[in-house]
Ligand binder design. Structure first.
Ligand code: IVH
Length: 719
């Protein structure tokens, strides 16, 4: 074999690269890193030093920081250190690591407080006490202590499963190996943020520079990179710190407030952030946000907002969670960073559902330390200066190619074009004409329809559905994405290649690839080798058994995200039950519609989408061929240990000890289904005073009727 010629791009500094050079260099680095990984992990025969390997990874990540488009879902940097094969074992979190909802405005904060008051049904003179804490911009970490000793440390990962980084975490001096004090719970999972100080980051970069090495992007990424070193001595050489602010599994809670827990954590030997305060009103929360905002630049660590949490833990418990975030806490972010640049072109992206998203191609500009060249323009109306309710946006100003525009980037959110500098508009500019045809060349007409939730106004869509190659390929990419089938080594790039060659046209084809490889001969393709092909087939095989919720999500039915998929999976328990229900639903059966409607988080939009999907012969074929290849596992039942797990409950009348929302949330937490009306399938009707027809229905169907007190006795807890 001829040795490959060293590509010129490998000599270029990242900030001098054009988009094309960056793309090539990114691909080259990816291939090289994968090769080293394979030598290291599968053959135990590394051919480069750790330092050289780290440099490759850093350059790869720097390119992505400057050219964010290259950071696809399949990027190695998302898997960092990451793919299980790369050395870190997976750890399932006993209590999931969830995220926080964001507030960006005073109104968002007011809403947050109002919602809490309503949910808890508080009297006007009853105050809610909050803790207000800085939101540290690092990496969240869960530390498990058993009998006071640190036994494991895990990254957040996808919230359910993280990576075991115990050996590395043990090198962080601020993390106690043993907890102090006498009242230490037997199992104690402490959560918080690992971070690097700004000073340490600058110093590290000074050293890199002096040694003529690549510079790191920001303290957060550097801290993440440092933790994911496979060699703990490298982690040990990096100055990492830790602030504790939350917990997971605990055999007992040493305090009954968030503030009490922060004090306990400090006493147990952790650093807690010293700036936290108690706030007793919305005004006090906002004052904290303002004060910390002014202190921000002077702090020695990055923060990206503040977090408000209901102080009383019994109230936190009552408030519970909605989907992935607690109702009792919110992150109030600092204002987004803005920059001015020129809009060079507008490109149309076609999504999985055929929806068009106009993307602004910009003169590259740095916003918050990252080079941005693409930003979203949302939809046709947005470009025209029309808001979602028809009201004028930006004073009715449209956006034109050649305009000088203001773009904004906040945290992980996709950058967006927010305004136009009209004074700088070129004299000969013309209004932008939104395409009437899909770029898929099917020349399908474009229709406009409202996006569920109305967030983005009317969106243009290609009606080609699966016949539109853009949609088909997006479906396939979705199918293998992280929250769906998540097949190692089968990412967007591979799907594009397999689709182009005609090897994979629909999901089932992925599972017959190995069998067909005798003629395809994947190992002869550029970028593949015998080992990587073998690994690919091995990871495809492991996915022949798939969790029920992942499977539903992977089908890519419109409006069904991963949380909805989970709600459906839990509601139906098995693929067969769900599939049967969907088929009956598609035939217009009202009872099935009713039954689905009774499930938590499922409403008309989702039911209509399921009916449409399963009413389409083409989709049925896709599903049938796929289920011949894979086995869908039954859903895990939530809280099977509770007395009401799996039961269907109806609440009626005016409840006195809890609000209706609260009752529903509690029942669902205990694994019950909450229905809106009584049928023969109902197990319990919980009736407060004033209950009417539902009580009569209960009698008719012979359903047990409980008072609120009976309910609390049944589930073994108090309101
Ligand atoms: S509380 C149930 N408190 O922000 C969620 N999070 O956007 C418990 N973070 O994943 C999180 N500082 O990594 C909490 N004082 C703080 C925090 C904080 C930073 C991070 C954390 C979390 C993310 C959510």
């Amino acid at each position: 074999m001829k040795p490959p010629k060293p590509p010129r791009d490998s000599k270029l500094a990242v900030d001098e690269m054009t988009e094309r050079q960056a793309k090539r260099e990114h691909a080259r680095l990816e291939a090289e890193i994968k090769q080293h990984d394979e030598r290291y992990y599968q053959k135990d025969a590394p051919s480069v030093s750790d330092a050289e390997y780290d440099a490759l990874r850093r350059r790869y990540e720097q390119i992505e920081a400057s050219f964010p488009d290259l950071r696809t879902l399949e990027s190695l940097s998302r898997k960092v250190g990451a793919t299980p094969a790369r050395g870190f074992a997976k750890v399932r979190h006993a209590v999931p690591m969830l995220s926080l909802n964001n507030a960006f405005s005073v109104e968002d904060v007011t809403d947050f407080v109002d919602r809490i008051r309503r949910f808890l049904n508080l009297k006007e003179d009853e105050a809610v006490v909050f803790t207000a804490e800085p939101k540290i911009d690092g990496l969240s970490m869960s530390l498990r202590y058993e009998d006071g000793a640190l036994v494991s440390a895990a990254t957040r990962g996808d919230g359910a499963e993280g990576e075991d980084v115990t050996a590395n975490v043990k090198t962080i001096k601020e993390i106690p190996q043993r907890l102090k004090g006498t009242s230490v719970p037997q199992v104690c999972e402490v959560r918080g943020e690992v971070y690097m100080t700004k000073a340490a980051f600058l110093e590290l970069n000074e050293r890199q520079k002096a040694a003529g090495k690549q510079l790191y992007v920001n303290p957060r990424n550097t801290a993440a990179g440092s933790l994911r070193q496979l060699d703990p001595t490298v982690t040990a050489s990096r100055p990492l710190h830790f602030f504790a602010y939350a917990w997971g599994e605990m055999t007992n809670l040493p305090a009954d407030t968030q503030s009490g827990m922060l004090k306990w954590l400090k006493g147990a030997g952790f650093q807690t952030n010293p700036l936290w305060k108690i706030a007793r009103s919305t005004d006090e929360l906002l004052a904290f946000h303002h004060d910390i905002g002014t202190e921000r630049a002077g702090l020695d660590y990055d923060i990206d907002g503040v977090v408000y949490k209901v102080d009383r833990l019994d109230w936190q418990e009552r408030l519970g969670f909605v989907s992935r975030s607690p109702r009792w806490a919110i992150a109030h972010k600092f204002a987004a960073e803005k920059a001015t640049t020129v809009l060079r072109a507008i490109e149309i992206q076609v999504g999985r559902t055929g929806a068009f998203t106009p993307v602004a191609k910009l003169e590259p500009v740095t916003v918050g330390g990252v080079v941005v060249q693409n930003a979203t323009l949302h939809n046709e109306d947005y470009i025209k200066g029309i808001g979602k309710d028809g009201e004028p946006l930006r004073g009715g100003t449209d956006i034109r190619i050649g305009d000088t525009v203001i773009i904004q980037r906040a945290g992980d959110v996709i950058p967006q074009v927010v305004d136009v500098v009209l004074d700088k508009r070129p004299k000969d500019s013309k209004p932008y004409r939104f395409p009437k045809k899909c770029p898929c060349l099917l020349k399908t007409d474009v229709v406009r329809e409202a996006i569920a939730g109305g967030e983005e106004g009317a969106r243009a869509r290609c009606t080609g559905e699966f016949a539109c190659p853009y949609q088909r390929i997006e479906h396939l990419k979705h199918f293998v994405s992280r929250r769906a089938f998540d097949i190692d080594g089968l990412g967007e790039k591979q799907i594009e290649l397999f689709f182009e060659r005609g090897w994979v046209k629909e999901p089932a084809d992925i599972f017959t690839l190995e069998q067909r490889n005798r003629t395809i001969k994947l190992e002869d393709e550029e970028g593949f080798g015998e080992t990587s092909v073998r690994n690919l087939f091995a990871s495809i095989t492991t996915r022949r058994e798939i969790a029920f919720d992942r499977f539903i999500f992977a089908l890519g039915v419109r409006h069904i995200g991963d949380t909805t998929a989970l709600a459906l999976a839990r509601g139906y328990g098995s693929w067969k039950a769900f599939h049967d229900a969907c088929l009956t639903l598609a035939k217009g059966d009202e009872e099935t519609r009713h039954e689905m409607d009774a499930l938590d988080q499922i409403g008309d939009t989702v039911i209509d989408a399921l009916a449409a999907y399963f009413g389409e012969a083409h989709n049925l074929g896709i599903v049938e061929r796929l289920t011949k290849q894979v086995r869908v596992l039954d859903a895990e039942k939530p809280r099977a240990d509770s007395a009401v797990a799996g039961k269907t409950v109806v609440f009626t009348g005016s409840l006195e000890q809890m609000t209706r929302d609260e009752a529903k949330a509690m029942a669902e937490r205990l694994g019950a289904k909450v229905a809106g009306s009584v049928s023969k399938k109902t197990d319990y009707v919980v009736a407060g005073p004033g209950a009417g027809s539902k009580l009569a229905d209960a009698k008719k169907h012979g359903v047990a009727v409980l008072s609120e007190d009976d309910w609390f006795k049944l589930v073994g807890r108090s309101p």
